[in-house]
Design a protein around this ligand. Structure first.
Ligand code: G6P
Length: 438
């Protein structure tokens, strides 16, 4: 049985994890679960909810929550990392500042993602060092955002650490959504994928049983009916709009099925004009999920029993992450789309890029499946973004304003040096004490 820690215990994603650990306790048996957060107040609500949940459904589990790194990290086998550096208040800034200055504000793409990227780099490096102090061999499963930038930072800071795995749920979300369109289970699909995190494409979507490539069928359905998230009924309107971009992209670039985030890079101007600049996704999350999840947990705590609140908690993301841990723990060599150092997986892209590709995942980590050379158009997009992300991490290490300016200038969501300077200057002020001194 395994010992597990969740970093970011006070996240609204945590209840979904707690619920999934109960449901998957046979497949992935755990002995001990510790929540860690530096925000004691948020975590207490989730932690107290957890005590009631496990008290009813998983009595043998040793469960606790803490703000002390030693208590959290000692003797761990798996550490799930879902940090949000700066919290949702800073996510608001990441989204609002670029909008005010005429560019898209998004939490992982564009200037907002770069602002968040520098904050996360600092906090993630500290956290990984602490984890390694107390659990040198634990698997660190990281899905803290912006995953592409965090992955590059961790690659540079911990080059010999083979037990840090960077992974994102969005490619799987797209595949789950495709399965809904096709009327099959997502587990029947065997995709081929390449890209960077939040910037990739599916070149094939094979039927796992027959080997048929279903991409032409997907293309046809998307052209006729558009593209919806698998859990469309539970999604906020902004997400439906983001998924809707898949239809535009496949219309303009029919080669592949895109990741939903590609729309930001391919249509920055159009997106800018369509998005609400005053009420961003962060505002929607604060008013929506944040309020709802904490209210539901508080209700359970007040009642002293699970009742209904338990059923409405969504957990697709948690389920995927637990299956990742299971694949490693039991050497299952299951396929996941993972962020790894390229080393030839995308043949014509530089070896030290952190790319997102299909990997077989087992006890020795991810084994990437090569996609060969990618066409010039996709190569151009990705090489530009890899450069932008690498320059940002250079800026972190060298404390270089110049490198940060280059990073922002190269980002397709900004793409203009004067604008990049203006945004960078505003971000430096907003991120005072949370960024390196540039
Ligand atoms: C997807 C992405 C994640 C991102 C999340 C944001 O799951 O893959 O990388 O963090 O969406 O969702 P939110 O509901 O907070 O906007």
């Amino acid at each position: 049985k395994y010992n597990v820690c969740i970093v970011g215990g006070g996240s609204t994603y945590t209840p979904g994890f707690l619920k999934s650990f109960v449901r998957l306790k046979e497949e992935f048996p755990i002995a001990k679960l510790v929540l860690f957060d530096n925000n004691a107040e948020r975590q207490e609500v989730i932690g107290e909810f957890g005590k009631i949940l496990f008290g009813e459904r998983f009595k043998e589990l040793e469960f606790s929550y803490t703000t002390d790194p030693k208590t959290a990290y000692e003797n761990m086998d798996f550490v799930f990392m879902q940090m949000r550096s700066g919290g949702l208040q800073m996510r608001r800034e990441d989204e609002h500042i670029p909008f005010k200055l005429g560019k898209i504000g998004q939490e992982t793409c564009g200037a907002g993602g770069m602002a968040y990227g520098l904050r996360s780099t600092i906090d993630m490096i500290i956290a990984v060092r602490q984890i390694r102090q107390y659990s040198p061999n634990a698997w660190i499963l990281n899905y803290s955002n912006p995953a592409a930038i965090v992955a590059e930072a961790l690659r540079r800071e911990f080059p010999n650490d083979k037990r840090i795995l960077n992974i994102c749920d969005q490619p799987e979300n797209v595949i789950r959504s495709v399965s809904r369109l096709l009327g099959c289970s997502w587990e029947d699909l065997d995709p081929v994928y390449f890209g960077l995190n939040h910037y990739g494409w599916f070149t094939h979507v094979y039927d796992k049983h027959t080997g048929e490539d279903l991409l032409p069928k997907v293309r046809q359905i998307v052209a006729e009916k558009g593209f919806l998230p698998q859990d469309a009924e539970q999604r906020d309107p902004s997400w439906l709009e983001t998924y809707g971009f898949v239809q535009d992209i496949m219309n303009d670039f029919p080669d592949y099925l895109p990741n939903t985030y590609d729309g930001y890079y391919l249509y920055p101007e159009y997106k800018y004009n369509h998005l609400d600049h005053e009420y961003t996704r962060a505002d929607e999350v604060i008013a929506g999920r944040e309020t709802r999840v904490f209210k539901e947990c508080r209700e359970v705590i007040a009642n002293g029993e699970l009742g209904e609140g338990f059923h409405s908690i969504s957990d697709a993301h948690a389920e995927m992450m637990i299956k990742v841990a299971e694949a490693i723990a039991f050497n299952k060599n299951t396929r996941f789309i993972v962020i790894v150092e390229n080393n030839g997986a995308i043949n014509n892209l530089q070896d030290d890029a952190m790319v997102e590709v299909v990997c077989e995942l087992g006890i020795n980590g991810p084994r990437p499946m090569a996609v060969g050379n990618i066409p010039q158009f996709y190569y151009g997009l990705l090489a530009q973004q890899v450069s932008s992300e690498k320059l940002l991490i250079d800026a972190y290490y060298e404390k270089s304003y110049q490198k940060a300016l280059q990073a922002l200038t190269l980002n397709r969501l900004i793409n203009d040096a004067k604008k990049a300077r203006e945004i960078l200057d505003a971000l430096i002020i907003a991120n005072k004490d949370m960024w390196p001194d540039l």
